[in-house]
Design a protein around this ligand. Structure first.
Ligand code: BGC
Ligand code: BGC
Length: 603
């Protein structure tokens, strides 16, 4: 009888296009819709109403451009993610918010009106959105050694992320990068598990600030420890070493009640993390007591059967049984749903497993307040790239600069009456100072968003009485200049596309440096890069050397340090190699690096 009355309510619910909760869902009939009911009871009530298809929907995450209009409703998918392909025709805050609301309204038109949780890689600010405030990548944040700053960055990131309709970020990356040849080194706060753990305060900023989003500790486990720094490779370590180096940041994240954990593409001694019931069920959910939900990485369960190109019953069965609660199956969401249904009906995935996954996911949806506030708060949309947010980013840039050499105190640069020649391919290129994971997945050269380049920062901080001359390749310099600033380093890359065997300066940078050095003017090098580089042979010709990492949109923070408005305070987050051949090189391994972990001069 009860079932029939629920069906009647459901018909009323789905028949209405614009939800008006109070009228449609009498509280007595649907405790899960009542915010006054404790979350665990709301979850139980809702679970009791759900069909198997609806439960499987909650465990599924599609990339939003891979679903046709209406398919969020018809498939009852529980989550979407946004990547470059998901970008609305105009990349700006309002269109992103409009798109999110449109998708959310489709979810609210399902039988039980369970809202979507919509995720994005907001890994240094909400950096997929043109006009957002983009912070230094994690390697620079690690250099600040400032956990309170990381917390504040988390708060601002949550505000800008929520302002475009995302309730979830796939951040922070808690990888402990042990080999700088790895293309994701810049996503790591440090090679030191202690430093990475200390920066998990960003989780509090994301999840507990005024505008909270769900955070993700990723990638569990051992992503930064693969052999030769090969992305998605094999981490060959004893269990004791794995626990000592790679587990502590996740322990700390769980202690801070991180809402989700993303599994890693890598293997541990030949076993995929996505198929490791020991590390996921036993260690993470059991031993560590993780009470959030586990998300798989992009099409990563596809690989379980040894073939990464298609999704099979084995991939789904073993992945879900090994502990994935929600599967990131970008374009294959419908296939995932039908495969998982068959596995459940065949008794190869238990209903207990399905209910456990749903309980974990729904608990977070309730805790986030998504049932009460499913749509975008447009007051937050207006804050993207606001002056106070950019000020915080500039502070982060300032604190992240690491001064590694300062012969004859050539720094700080004088402001009055100085004549400064600025050169280098990274001096006036916003895209380069953002790095990968910026507007697009790989990042790009050029003015991809609004920001201040290092050159523009130098001009504004130096003030009107200082002569600033710029030439990208260094041509035109002569002995009339008192100092030359060369802003050189890497171009953007992400993930495996950034893996390198060696890390030398490129030919353009070497040619620029040669011109500057030939003039006899003292040269200050600012290295914009996602990791340490092989510079030992060039360093003797430089008077001063600053590691700027990937500073983001606020290049003036670099200038604040060059001109002494902020005394350098950053400390190396990574041991600086003496040569590429020395990789991997880490604190305590007995090797003789160029600069040790924690090194950093000041004025
Ligand atoms: C990558 C994702 C990325 C997407 C962009 C995938 O191959 O693994 O990280 O966001 O491509 O379309
Ligand atoms: C990356 C993750 C990212 C996901 C979604 C994957 O390729 O490894 O870090 O969160 O794509 O874009």
């Amino acid at each position: 009888m009860r079932a029939r009355s629920i069906v009647a309510i459901a018909m009323v619910l789905t028949g209405c296009s614009a939800p008006a909760p109070a009228q449609q869902a009498p509280r007595a009939e649907a405790p899960y819709l009542d915010p006054a009911v404790p979350v665990s009871q709301r979850v139980d009530d809702l679970l009791g109403r759900m069909t198997l298809d609806e439960k499987i929907g909650q465990m599924t995450q599609a990339e939003n451009s891979k679903l046709a209009p209406g398919e969020v409703t018809s498939t009852a998918v529980g989550s979407l993610l946004a990547v470059g392909d998901s970008t609305p025709p105009t990349n700006a805050p309002e269109p992103w918010a409009d798109q999110a609301d449109r998708l959310q309204k489709e979810a609210l038109a399902t039988r039980l009106r369970i809202p979507l949780i919509y995720g994005v890689d907001a890994v240094h600010g909400n950096q997929i959105v043109v006009g957002s405030t983009i912070f230094p990548h994690n390697i620079g944040m690690g250099a600040t050694r400032d956990p309170e700053l990381a917390r504040k960055v988390g708060e601002v990131t949550a505000t800008e992320t929520a302002g475009t309709g995302f309730s979830w970020t796939f951040a922070p990356c808690l990888c402990v990068a042990r080999d700088d040849r790895w293309g994701r080194t810049y996503e790591s706060f440090s090679e030191s598990p202690e430093v990475v753990s200390s920066m998990t305060t960003i989780i509090d900023g994301l999840q507990k600030g005024p505008n909270k989003v769900l955070a993700t500790a990723k990638h569990y486990l051992g992503d930064g420890g693969t052999t030769e720094g090969s992305d998605q490779g094999n981490t060959e370590l004893s269990e004791a070493e794995l626990r000592k180096i790679h587990l502590p940041p996740f322990q700390e994240a769980v202690r801070r009640d991180v809402g989700s954990v993303m599994l890693s593409y890598n293997q541990w001694n030949g076993e995929y993390l996505h198929n490791s019931p020991y590390l996921v069920n036993t260690v993470l959910k059991g031993e560590l007591g993780f009470r959030g939900f586990v998300i798989s990485d992009w099409n990563a369960i596809h690989r379980i059967d040894g073939n990464k190109d298609d999704l099979t019953a084995q991939d789904v069965r073993e992945g879900i049984n090994a502990g994935t609660d929600m599967a990131m199956v970008a374009a294959d969401s419908k296939q995932f749903m039908s495969l998982l249904k068959a596995e459940v009906e065949g008794g190869r995935v238990s209903m207990e497993r399905i209910d456990d996954a749903n309980r974990r996911i729904l608990t977070k949806k309730f805790e986030l307040g998504l049932f009460e506030h499913p749509l975008v708060d447009r007051a937050l949309t207006a804050t993207l790239g606001s002056a106070p947010h950019r000020d915080l980013a500039r502070q982060a840039v300032r604190e992240s600069q690491v001064l590694l050499k300062n012969e004859g105190n050539v720094l700080p640069l004088a402001k009055d009456g100085n004549a400064v020649f600025v050169a280098g391919k990274n001096a006036d290129d916003i895209g380069h100072q953002l790095g990968g994971w910026s507007i697009t997945w790989q990042g790009e050269s050029g003015p991809t968003t609004k920001g201040t380049s290092v050159l523009e920062g130098i001009k504004s901080v130096a003030g009107p009485t200082t002569k600033i001359q710029y030439s990208k390749d260094g041509s035109g310099i002569d002995s009339s200049y008192k100092v030359a600033v060369a802003v050189i380093g890497e171009k953007p890359y992400a993930e495996y596309e950034g893996d390198r065997d060696t890390l030398p300066l490129d030919a353009d940078d070497l040619a620029t440096l040669k011109k500057l050095e030939a003039s006899g003017v003292p040269v200050v090098v600012v290295l914009v890069s996602g990791r340490t580089m092989d510079i030992a042979a060039q360093l003797p010709s430089w008077k001063a050397f600053v590691a700027a990492w990937l500073p983001g949109t606020e290049g003036a923070g670099v200038a604040d340090v060059l001109f002494g408005d902020h005394k350098p305070s950053g400390k190396l987050p990574m041991t600086w190699m003496r040569s590429s051949a020395q990789q991997p090189v880490n604190e305590g391994d007995g090797k003789d690096p160029l600069f040790p972990l924690g090194f950093g001069l000041t004025y």
